[in-house]
Design a protein around this ligand. Structure first.
Ligand code: PLP
Length: 814
């Protein structure tokens, strides 16, 4: 007898159908007969939202009145994915919805698909924030996600006829968006510019201009917790809709300038990931959402109080800084406490330091934000003063610890002409965490070594995680049913460590075969998805081998495409005989930052390699390569469950954690990867014999840099690599044009900063092992199932429990 604990609303399918009809009639103003799938999507979404309202109000009331400290998750990105299916699951309305929309004459899938995916994030960092707020709500912890409701999310990616990436704006609000509720009555004023003057011995900031921050509230329903938290995304509005004087002079364009300037702040998500941005508008965005959020938290927790006792603020809410983007919150809270509420510096500092914690997401020095002091001074003059004073206090403190002048200089928050946001965050908060064991160790040993030496107790680790609701239960219903069958309960959805109970079943050949059948069905389903979405014909009788993530040199898509080229060459020149050939389909998905030259050229190369290979009759049925456009959550939810071999091949010491790696392991893909980020922990948990490890370790990488790295040596030494690079250089993938990829080839042979060439031989060698195992489907699937069984640790519920224990020191509402 299988135990089912998934939430189920008492509402019947007929009642839910009536609710949808009601929404169609009164809010969509369309009859059920005339309604389109898009109408029904909006109506059903509003109907589900209504079901969540009471739990939302109660959670809000308990959050404010309760004795449990809340969590404020400050993040410039929330990559939420489609909402309806997840809301139905958590509201316990999935079955009723299916029947209700069928009774209205629609297929449930068409209604779910009618939602336009909001892309308010770049990749891992934004998706992590979305997983975390799901887990906070599911664990019953009172929490607010705070961010920006960008009008344009991450760009839509297409490819032109030459295979080059083309970016088009993602105007996701083009159609009615039923989830966000704009609340004009709970707005905040955010000011910029101007100057600081002294009045009666006090510093007074006289800003030059202000914008109106208006919250748009999204419900965050927990799974089986009865709790609904809030994601509050700020949108920028102008106070001066237009300049009447200019309008009267018939200068219409000038008249709307103030509005344009204000609304620009929340107009666009910067499409950058792990690269430097440093633009004024970006700083405006950061200050905009952080200032509004801090004021909002004071409004929420001290309602109607003119003189609240803000020394209790850190007992009400703890703020997590998701990377350096919200770090301007530290001087902002100091300013609020001192200038707006009259606290002295020391009291303000104690409150501020207790309030914030910082998550570092990188090891790449260029991704740690550093702002020119002149820019901060222009935009936020009072904050620059406060930062300078924080830095003075910091230097004094370090001197008091006996730290030498040279080290103090290296650690300065304010250098005289720049402000180092990671250092400000580390000093200005209580805790600093990395996002995987290896990453946290490297932060202590390298990136923030001086800080770790001076403040060892601040440093901790919280390994990332992913929500099992979206990325197993919803994305992989076949596997979910099989897990529930195997365990005799569906409790694993909220307690993922229960997957361990599948370990004994990996010895049961019949169960392993059922698992293999689920994977085969997922592959089949993806073939249909790929046909519908990309117009391609994928051969499902091949190994599905996937590399999806942002395009970045450190992630080393180059290494993968060079391997594919060498496999192609081997097939062409007959050095592999027919029995040796393991048919493979390689899927890439990756967006490159629009200004990232080598990344964009790599995309172009992959597309053109794909064209040559997929059109070559000699390798038909043996090797196919696809660069799928516009990698997003929808693609992830469809492709990950269908993947058999996942690529996590970054240079050791460069990927902070990765979360894609966790999603693949949980969905029963085997990983070929390096000892980097959370790969290390995945391998430890699933077992070294169930993970294809290759490549240099962090120490070996460091040694090679120190000894002087010469990529050309590796090119000369491995004929497979030499041949692959030669084929790129000789125009095979550019209609004979030898110049097409010259910059990429030159980079490989002379720089290759992330040492793809040095790891190539090991990577190529391990393919034989992969192919040998794949030829034994039972053993392959046994290992894949072991990956599922041992990956429960990578639930974001576990990550949140670690944050609660190590950093936030709070817990669920009673
Ligand atoms: N982009 C999207 C759309 C994702 O779903 C994920 C998955 O976690 C990522 C990026 C991050 O991928 P990775 O951890 O491989 O960098």
């Amino acid at each position: 007898m299988t135990e089912i604990t998934a939430p189920k609303s008492p509402v019947t399918a007929d009642q839910f159908a009536d609710e949808i009809r009601e929404q169609l009639k009164y809010t969509q103003n369309v009859t059920a007969e005339r309604a389109t799938a898009a109408d029904v999507y909006v109506a059903a979404s509003k109907a589900v939202r209504n079901h969540l309202a009471d739990a939302w109000f109660k959670t809000q009331a308990d959050t404010v009145n309760g004795s449990t400290k809340a969590v404020g998750y400050l993040s410039a990105e929330f990559l939420m994915g489609k909402q309806l299916e997840n809301a139905l699951l958590n509201a316990g309305l999935t079955e009723q919805f299916d029947k209700a929309v069928e009774s209205l004459g629609f297929a449930p899938k068409d209604i779910i698909d009618a939602e336009y995916e909001p892309g308010l994030g770049n990749g891992g960092l934004g998706r992590l924030a979305a997983c975390f707020i799901d887990s906070l709500a599911s664990l019953g912890v009172p929490a607010f996600g705070y961010g920006i409701q960008y009008k344009y999310g991450i760009f839509k990616q297409t490819f032109d006829e030459n295979g080059k990436q083309v970016e088009t704006p993602d105007y996701w609000l083009n159609n009615e968006e039923p989830w966000g509720h704009i609340d004009y009555n709970r707005d905040q004023k955010v000011s910029f510019g101007g100057e600081v003057v002294e009045e009666n011995g006090k510093k007074v900031w006289k800003p030059a201009w202000s914008v109106r921050a208006v919250p748009v509230d999204y419900l965050v329903p927990g799974y089986a917790s009865g709790r609904v938290n809030t994601l509050r995304l700020w949108t920028a509005k102008s106070y001066d809709e237009f300049d009447l004087l200019a309008f009267n002079r018939s200068e219409y364009m000038d008249a709307v300038k103030p509005q344009v300037k204000a609304e620009n702040i929340s107009k666009i998500l910067y499409p950058e990931d792990s690269t430097k941005v440093g633009k004024e508008l970006r700083l405006e965005q950061q200050y905009f959402f952080v200032s509004a959020s801090l004021h909002d938290a004071i409004r929420v927790f001290y309602p109607g109080q003119d003189k609240p006792d803000l020394t209790t603020f850190p007992d009400k809410i703890t703020f997590q800084l998701n990377d350096t983007h919200p770090v301007i919150g530290i001087p902002e809270l100091m300013r609020i406490l001192i200038d707006e509420y009259g606290y002295d510096w020391d009291t303000a500092w104690t409150v501020t330091q207790k309030t914030f914690n910082y998550t570092c997401h990188t090891l790449l020095p260029e991704a740690l934000e550093v702002w020119p002091a002149s820019l901060i001074g222009e935009l936020l003059p009072r904050h620059l003063e406060i930062i300078k004073k924080i830095n003075e206090q910091f230097e004094d403190e370090l001197k008091g610890k006996g730290i030498d002048d040279k080290t103090i200089e290296d650690m300065r928050i304010y250098t005289g002409d720049a402000v180092r946001m990671a250092y400000l965050a580390t000093y200005g908060g209580s805790h600093v965490n990395g996002v995987a064991e290896l990453h946290s160790q490297l932060l202590k040993d390298v990136t923030l070594k001086n800080f770790s030496d001076a403040y060892p107790s601040k440093f901790t680790n919280v390994t990332n995680g992913v929500t099992p609701r979206r990325f197993v239960k919803l994305a992989n219903p076949g596997l979910s049913d099989l897990i529930t069958e195997g365990l005799g309960t569906d409790k694993w959805i909220s307690d993922l460590e229960l997957l361990k109970g599948l370990v004994p079943l990996t010895k049961d050949d019949e169960f392993v075969k059922k698992f293999a059948a689920v994977k085969a069905a997922n592959k089949h389903a993806f073939v249909g998805f790929a046909k519908d979405h990309y117009g391609i014909d994928v051969d499902e009788n091949t190994l599905f081998n996937t590399m999806v993530k942002r395009l970045h040199e450190y992630k080393r898509q180059s290494l993968k495409i060079l391997l594919v080229i060498s496999q192609y060459a081997a097939l062409k020149n007959g050095s592999l005989n027919a029995e040796e050939i393991l048919p493979r389909t390689v899927f890439f998905g990756a967006k490159a930052a629009p200004g990232y030259y080598l990344a964009k050229m790599t995309i172009e190369l992959i597309n053109n390699v794909s064209k040559v290979i997929n059109n070559d009759p000699d390798v038909k049925g043996k090797l196919a390569v696809y660069m799928l456009p516009n990698y997003n959550i929808e693609m992830a939810q469809n492709l990950i469950p269908a993947t058999e071999l996942d690529e996590q091949i970054s240079q050791a010491g460069k990927e902070a954690s990765g979360t894609g790696n966790m999603k693949f392991a949980l969905n029963g893909a085997l990983t070929v990867g390096t000892l980097d980020g959370a790969n290390v922990e995945i391998r430890e948990r699933v077992g070294a014999e169930n993970f294809f490890l290759f490549g240099m370790t962090v120490d070996e990488v460091e040694k090679l840099y120190a000894d002087g790295y010469d990529p050309a040596k590796y090119y000369e030494a491995d004929p497979r690599l030499k041949q692959a690079i030669d084929l790129v250089a000789n125009g095979t993938f550019s209609n004979g044009d030898r110049n097409a990829y010259a910059p990429l080839v030159a980079d490989w042979l002379t720089k290759d900063w992330f040492m793809a060439l040095a790891d190539f031989s090991a990577y190529a060698d391990i393919q034989a092992e992969i192919e040998k195992l794949y030829r034994d489907p039972l053993e392959w699937n046994r290992k894949a199932l072991l990956n599922v069984a041992n990956s429960g640790y990578f639930s974001s519920d576990r990550s949140i429990e670690d944050y609660l224990e190590r950093i936030w020191h709070t817990g669920p509402l009673a």
